[in-house]
Design a protein around this ligand. Structure first.
Ligand code: ADP
Ligand code: GLC
Length: 487
């Protein structure tokens, strides 16, 4: 029996991306297809998404449903495809037809009506999951992050009482979607939903909170993060709820999409390579040094590809750059985010010409060249639900140097003596994100790098490790099956 799942999210590769959420939502349909799941993805109709639909062959894009007033806005639903899989797009120009990012305007400020925008999106998705579109039925709804988190609440409080089961995935507990109580009457939920076991959170509407209370099952993107969010340090206020629902919480680690990320046939690379032809990687490093105007050196070339934020430990990284350079290493950084951090990295590059190169911005192709040419990727996150850049690093022989937290702890095997002796080490882990720990990690990387035989062993072990979607695709499919059966 095929299980039909509606996957609801605010981003999906290749149509719209601000972070790892998009990679995962984009990869999920193929990941579960092998395990008897037919997944349809539903996205808001941002200009980029609408434009991509416009490029589809005429006839394949269909207008399948209309809402004269979706929480006050006219909207319609368009069916198309994303890769080889079905896509539904909520075309509501009053809510999503604007320039800027999915969540922020051109100046970086949150859209003032984000609460309404994503409530309408969730309302529409819940209608679709309940069969609003003739000929389109779903056995289960899978909502991602706060933007889709009202879907499980709408399903739970659906008047007919026969809504399909729902799953919510937490990609990042730090973003919860809190809005004033005045939003509640506009949501169209029954009064009963206004309770601490519904959508009410500290006197306002809590989107993620509502989803975590209402979904049949909760998943997050690594086993370690699933444990961490039970604690005050990582639970961001929702740790009590997570503990109360612990029996319904599952940690399923992300995989990577090997069609997008494979060093053997990556068109972004000057010189594609495999674990067996690692020597070919050198040409990519030379090209990367030239691209960042870095002088060649005997120490490792570190790369960073990251949002420049506190979560990612970028403030602490700034403080160890002088040490990094003094140790003989170099750094190429690609990122954007907090203005002060951006300025800090630009200033560091100015202080250390030809040793530190910085690109402020977002550049997918460059990120591939950095993974394919850098020696080591630094990921000093204070918390990391899963993290994808360390997985791309593993696949590309760019040795991950990571903080021991969340998915970073689950996916990298530290090069301690025992792991080195058995040949299973794939990177370097360090404990807390402190100055001393970072200094030590940089020094350990340098030492390891100086022994090419050991370094290549670590690179090859990483490239051969299993970061595919295989096991996790099955874990999601098994979870869906158990919920559909329980219904
Ligand atoms: P998060 O989603 O918290 O930002 P992840 O590691 O899960 O962290 O995913 C980040 C994704 O965004 C990866 O695919 C990474 O390569 C990409 N990325 C981050 N910053 C940039 C950038 N400046 N340019 C290109 N890609 C980036
Ligand atoms: C979030 C997390 C990141 C995770 C990604 C995809 O953005 O910050 O750790 O890899 O979602 O699940």
């Amino acid at each position: 029996m095929t299980i039909r799942v509606l996957s609801i999210a605010s981003e999906a590769v290749p149509l719209i991306k601000t972070g790892g959420l998009a990679d995962v939502v984009g990869a999920l349909p193929a990941a579960v297809a092998d395990h008897g799941v037919a997944m349809t993805t539903m996205l808001p109709g941002y200009p980029a998404v609408m434009a991509a639909l416009g490029h589809e062959k005429a006839g394949r894009v269909k207008h399948v449903h209309a809402w004269p007033s979706l929480i006050g806005e006219p909207a319609r639903l368009i069916a198309g495809t994303i890769g080889d899989h079905p896509l539904l797009v909520l075309d509501a120009p009053g809510l999503f037809g604007r320039d800027g990012g999915p969540y922020v305007d051109g100046t970086g400020r949150d859209w003032a009506d984000n609460g309404l925008r994503f409530a309408a999106f969730a309302r529409a998705a819940a209608d679709v999951a309940c069969g609003a579109v003739p000929g389109m039925t779903f056995d289960l709804a899978h909502a991602h992050d706060w933007q889709a988190a009202l879907v499980p609440a709408y399903l739970r409080f659906a008047p007919a009482g026969d809504a399909p089961p729902s799953v919510i995935t937490i990609h990042n507990m730090a973003f919860q979607g809190h809005y004033p109580a005045a939003l509640f009457p506009r949501l169209g939920l029954p009064d009963a939903a206004w309770s601490i076991h519904g959508v009410e959170y500290h006197g306002g509407v809590g989107f993620l909170k509502a989803g975590l209370e209402s979904a049949w099952a909760i998943t997050t993107v690594s086993p370690t993060y699933a444990r961490e969010i039970r604690t005050a340090e990582f639970g961001m206020g929702l740790e009590g709820l997570i503990r109360a629902r612990a029996g319904h919480v599952h940690g399923i680690v992300n995989g990577i999409d090997s069609r997008e990320w494979n060093p053997a046939d990556d068109l972004a690379l000057a010189s594609p390579f495999t674990a067996r032809t690692l020597a070919r990687r050198a040409a990519n490093k030379t090209a990367l040094e030239a691209e960042f105007d870095l002088e060649p050196g005997t120490g490792p070339l570190f790369v960073v590809i990251s949002r420049l934020t506190w979560q990612k430990g970028m403030d602490e990284l700034l403080h160890v750059l002088d040490h990094l350079v003094a140790s003989g290493a170099r750094l190429a950084l690609l990122g954007s985010g907090d203005r002060a951090l951006e300025a800090g990295f630009v200033a560091a590059a100015g202080r250390h010409p030809r040793r530190i190169g910085v690109r402020i911005g977002y550049d997918e192709n460059l990120s591939h060249r950095m993974q394919g040419g850098g020696d080591a990727i630094l990921v000093p996150s204070r918390f990391e639900p899963c993290g994808l850049t360390q997985l791309y690093g593993l696949a590309y022989g760019c040795v991950p140097v990571v903080a021991r937290t969340g998915g970073l702890a689950d996916t990298v095997i530290d090069a301690n003596l025992a792991a080195l002796a058995t040949g299973c080490a794939t990177g370097i882990q360090f404990n807390a994100v402190t100055h001393n720990a970072l200094v030590e990690a940089i020094d350990r990387t340098g030492e390891l790098y100086r022994d090419p035989r050991v370094w290549q062993q670590v690179q090859r072990a990483g490239m051969k490790s299993d970061f595919s979607w295989g096991r996790s695709g099955k874990a999601y499919a098994d979870l869906y099956a158990s919920l559909v059966e329980a219904r």
